[in-house]
Ligand binder design. Sequence first.
Ligand SMILES: [Zn+2]
Length: 135
Amino acid sequence: MAEVTREQLYAYLDESLDEIEEARIEKLVRSSAELREALSKVREERDRGEHSLGAVWRRERLSCLSREHLGSYLHGVLDEDFHAYVEFHLKTIACSCCLANIEDLREKQSEQTSQSKRRKRYFETSARLLNDARK
Ligand SMILES: [Zn+2]
């Protein structure tokens, strides 16, 4: 199924493809047992109302991200699908609401970083002073 992605199969089932693409996939599905199986799997997933994040996003392509998710994105701890979606949402859709949120989070994050750096410096200085006093 090199020529058809799961996303395309979803779109095919949702009838959200253009005519040419739809005809192409229909033809491929007819000629490939593998693809027919993939399609029925996708259909099952869809009918079950699959709850995976990927599925939710495919349904609600434009939904916004929570600050929690944006924070995880900044920390680089999201799984690949989720990360790709956030990138898409921020860079391709350029959602101003989420961009403002992430900007805010980024500021807070760097504030935190410089705060802990300051704290570390402070401890190092006190340790040194203490050492000097003992000499
Ligand atoms: Zn958004």
